[in-house]
Design a protein around this ligand. Structure first.
Ligand code: FAD
Length: 442
C-alpha cells in the first residue's frame, strides 16, 4: 500500500505517525511546501516575545527525525500542484522540477492560510501574517534588525492577541485594531470585555469597532481607519482569521462544503473514496448543534489525522465533531471556552439558560487564590450543558477541561453538581468552581 500525505504539520504528521504505527509495510511519502515539518505553530508568538528563546525548540520533529523514527519519506520544499483522481497520481513541484507520484490513498492536510483582505496598500512590505517558520523568521528579523518602536496588530482573535502581548513584552508600543465590537469571537461580549480591560491595563492600545481602510508608506507606515483615525507604525501584523486551503481539492473536483472547507464524512473521507482530508482545510460538524462549520484548532487536526490513518488501515474510526475547546493566556489572565456561546445558540435557534458564577481558584485561606468567572449555558429542558466560558487567572484550564469532558459525555448541570473533583487547599475548594456552577444552574 502506498499513502501520500499533503502537508507535514499538525494533521499530516499525525496521520503519518499513526499509519506507521498501524502498519510497518506501508510506503508513506509526506509532501510539505515549506521548509519545515511538525513545527510548533502554536508556539510562534512566544518566540517573537522571547518566552521561547531558542528557535530550535519550535522544531518539534525534523525531517531526518521523522524519516529515522518512522521510516517516512519526507519531502520538504515540495508542493503538490495537482491531483489526478482517475490515475491516482499527484503532481509535485520541487526546486523547479515537476514530477508525478502514484498513490493508493491520499491524505490532504493543507491547513488554512491567513486571510488578507483587499485593502489599499496591503501588499506593503511591513505588513506580515504569521503561520509558519518562514513567517516567524521574517517578523523576528524585522523586529530585531530595525529596532522597531511601534506595532499595530489587526484582528483580536487568538493569534492577534497573542502577538500583541508578545510584542508588548519586548517593549514595543502596540495597538490592536478589531473591527467587531469585541475581541475574542469565541467568548460572548461581557466575557470578552474582561479580557479587553486587562489588555488595556497592561498597556495595549485597543481599538474595537473600527477597521483599517488604507495603508500608506511614508517614513513609517500610516494606517487610516474607517472612523478617520490615523495610526503610524513600523510593523503591521495581520491576523484577521484564516481560510481553508482548498484550491488543490477544488481543482481535483473534490466536493467543497457550504462554509468553504473540504467536505468529508465522519471517517474523514472526501467525495473521492481514495482521498481523505483533515485539519483546518475541512468542514467539521459542530458537536453541539450539528451544523457544519470551520474550527481551525490543533487538537482536532491531530485527532482527525489519526482517524484518517485508522480508516486507511481498515480500522473503522469515526470523528464525532468538534466542540471548539480553546484557551488563551492574556497577560495575567486566562480565558477559555468550550461548546457553543450565546451568540451561536441564538443564531441556531437553540433554547438555552445561562448562569454566571464567581469562585476562587482554590481555598481563600490558602495564599494565591484568584476569582474566576464561569458562564455556563445549558438546556432549559433537561439541563444538558451546551457551552461554557471562563475568565480568571489560576485553574481556568482545569475547569474548562472538566466541563469540556462533561459536554463530550452528554452530561447535564445536575451531573456537574455530583462530580467528585480533587481537593486540597492549594488546588481547589471542597466545592470546586465546577460544582458551584452546577449548584447555581441546577
Ligand atoms: P497546518 O498545521 O497549517 O499544516 C498544513 C501544511 O500543509 C502547511 O505547512 C502548508 O505549507 C502545507 N501545504 C499546504 N498546501 C500544500 C501543498 N499543495 N503541497 C505541500 N504542502 C502543502 N491551535 C490551537 O489549538 N491552539 C493554539 O494555541 C494555537 N495557536 C496557534 C498560533 C498560531 C500563530 C497559528 C498560526 C496557529 C495556531 N493554532 C492553534 C492553530 C493550529 O496551528 C492549526 O489548527 C493546526 O496547525 C492545523 O493543522 P493542519 O495540519 O490542518 O494545518
Amino acid at each position: 500500500k502506498k499513502v501520500l500525505i499533503i502537508g507535514g504539520v499538525a494533521g499530516g504528521a499525525s496521520a503519518a505517525a499513526r499509519l506507521r504505527r498501524l502498519d510497518e509495510d506501508i510506503e508513506i511519502i509526506m509532501f510539505e511546501r515549506g521548509g519545515y515539518i511538525s513545527f510548533a505553530n502554536c508556539g510562534l508568538p512566544y518566540y517573537i516575545g522571547g518566552t521561547i528563546n531558542e528557535r530550535q525548540k519550535l522544531l518539534v520533529q525534523t525531517e531526518e527525525g521523522m524519516e529515522k523514527r518512522f521510516n517516512i519519506d519526507v519531502r520538504t520544499h515540495s508542493e503538490v500542484t495537482n491531483i489526478f483522481t482517475d490515475t491516482k497520481e499527484v503532481e509535485v513541484v520541487s526546486n523547479g522540477k515537476t514530477y508525478k507520484e502514484k498513490y493508493d490513498y491520499l491524505i490532504l492536510s493543507p491547513g488554512a492560510a491567513p486571510f488578507v483582505p483587499s485593502i489599499e496598500g496591503v501588499s506593503l512590505d511591513q505588513i506580515y501574517t504569521l503561520r509558519n517558520m518562514e513567517d516567524v523568521d521574517r517578523i523576528k528579523e524585522h523586529v530585531t534588525k530595525n529596532k522597531i518602536n511601534k506595532a499595530v496588530v489587526i484582528g483580536g482573535g487568538y493569534v492577534g492577541i497573542e502577538m500583541a502581548e508578545n510584542l508588548k513584552h519586548i517593549g514595543i508600543d502596540t495597538t490592536l485594531v478589531e473591527a467587531a465590537e469585541q475581541v475574542m469571537g469565541p467568548l460572548d461580549f461581557e466575557m470578552a470585555k474582561m479580557i479587553e480591560k486587562h489588555m488595556i491595563d497592561n498597556g495595549i492600545k485597543l481599538i474595537v469597532g473600527d477597521a483599517v481602510e488604507k495603508f500608506e508608506k511614508g517614513n513609517t507606515l500610516e494606517l487610516t481607519l474607517k472612523s478617520g483615525k490615523k495610526l503610524n507604525t513600523d510593523i503591521v501584523i495581520m491576523a484577521i482569521g484564516v481560510r481553508p486551503e482548498i484550491n488543490l481539492a477544488k481543482k481535483a473536483g473534490l466536493e467543497i462544503g457550504e462554509r468553504g472547507g473540504i467536505k468529508v464524512d465522519s471517517n474523514m473521507k472526501t467525495s473521492d473514496p481514495y482521498i481523505y482530508a483533515v485539519g483546518d482545510a475541512i468542514e467539521v460538524e459542530d458537536f453541539i448543534n450539528g451544523v457544519n462549520t470551520l474550527i481551525p484548532l490543533a487538537g482536532p487536526a491531530n485527532k482527525q489525522g489519526r482517524i484518517a490513518a485508522d480508516n486507511i488501515c481498515g480500522r473503522e474510526s469515526v470523528y464525532k465533531g468538534t466542540q471548539g475547546t480553546s484557551i488563551i493566556k492574556v497577560f495575567d489572565l486566562t480565558a477559555a471556552s468550550t461548546g457553543n456561546n450565546e451568540k451561536t445558540l441564538k443564531t441556531q435557534g437553540i433554547p438555552y439558560v445561562k448562569s454566571y458564577t464567581q469562585s476562587g481558584s482554590h481555598a481563600g485561606y490558602y495564599p494565591g487564590a484568584f476569582q474566576m468567572t464561569i458562564k455556563l449555558l445549558f438546556s432549559p429542558e433537561d439541563g444538558k450543558i451546551l457551552g461554557a466560558q471562563i475568565v480568571g487567572r489560576d485553574g481556568v484550564d482545569k475547569r474548562i477541561d472538566v466541563i469540556a469532558t462533561a459536554i463530550r459525555a452528554g452530561m447535564t448541570v445536575y451531573d456537574l453538581e455530583e462530580l467528585e473533583l480533587a481537593y486540597a487547599p492549594p488546588y481547589s475548594s471542597a466545592k470546586d468552581p465546577v460544582n458551584i456552577a452546577g449548584f447555581t444552574a441546577a
